[in-house]
Ligand binder design. Structure first.
Ligand code: ADP
Length: 246
């Protein structure tokens, strides 16, 4: 007998505007616990706006986003000041800030917090970087550290905005493998990406946006959708040529 999947986010007829400009119109879908979803679309199609709406970071003009009250969401934004080479902090300090956001004053780390940081670094296989300064890391290491920061508070759901855009092909695959492991451990993963050619092998679902929702289904079905498949082929070709993000 098929078990009913738990809905954790219900996006219903969502419209988001920036002043009079409509960034998203009438978008509707549900996210289920343990989904691994890629949100794709051209630049300006509303991907970041959609995840910001799911995180309550932009006002909603119409419709709604209902979230399971019990879920805790981790977010890895596209840009953070910590990606600045000169950001004056160690890996340990950066990952610890992922715990501070949820604390009230005084924001002090307990011994348990320090254990959590250590466990998260172990999980991502970066404990040896603990004392390093952020500016001394490679792109792939830095992205793992930012992921550790999003994971240290033990989220049920992780939202990532273009996490692999600065990574080369092998780093990118390693990063997707980590996300696969997380997803296997019960974390719902939502990923905004340009890189559907790589991400397609990992996700169970693709959401394709262009201001409205154009497609929601498996990657296989996405590739077979005639009106859409040129998008994938173009990206595959560019990807192969550049050996990087399309
Ligand atoms: P994507 O992530 O797919 O590139 P975005 O969600 O960032 O798209 O943006 C969707 C559209 O909304 C774009 O045309 C963008 O210029 C516009 N936009 C995004 N943020 C703002 C903002 N804060 N103010 C005005 N327009 C915005």
């Amino acid at each position: 007998m098929e078990t009913t999947k738990r809905v954790i986010i219900n996006v219903d007829k969502l419209t988001v505007k920036y002043q009079s400009f409509v960034a998203l119109r009438d978008v509707a879908f549900r996210l289920y616990a343990e989904d691994f979803v890629a949100i794709i679309g051209a630049n300006g199609s509303g991907k970041t706006t959609l995840i910001k709406a799911m995180l309550d970071l932009v006002p909603i003009a119409a419709g709604k986003v209902d979230k399971d009250k019990h879920i805790h969401v981790g977010y890895l934004p596209q840009h953070t000041s910590m990606q600045d080479r000169f950001f004056p902090a160690t890996v340990d300090e950066v990952v610890s800030t992922g715990l501070l956001a949820r604390k009230t004053f005084p924001k002090l780390l307990t011994r348990d917090d320090r254990h959590r940081v250590g466990r998260t670094l172990d999980y991502l296989d970066i404990r040896d970087l603990r004392k390093k300064r952020i500016g001394a890391l490679s792109g792939g290491q830095l992205q793992r550290v930012l992921l550790a920061r999003a994971l240290v508070s033990d989220p049920d759901m992780l939202i990532l905005d273009e996490p692999t855009s600065a990574l080369d092909q092998s780093m990118r695959e390693q990063f997707f493998e980590i996300l696969r492991k997380l997803n296997g451990d019960g974390v719902t993963v939502v990923l905004v990406t340009h890189d559907i050619a790589s991400a397609g092998d990992y996700v169970n679902r693709v959401i394709y946006l262009d201001q409205t929702l154009l497609f929601d289904g498996s990657f296989g079905a996405f590739c077979e959708t005639e009106a859409i498949s040129p998008f994938v082929h173009t990206h595959k070709l560019r990807h192969a040529k550049q050996g990087g993000d399309a």
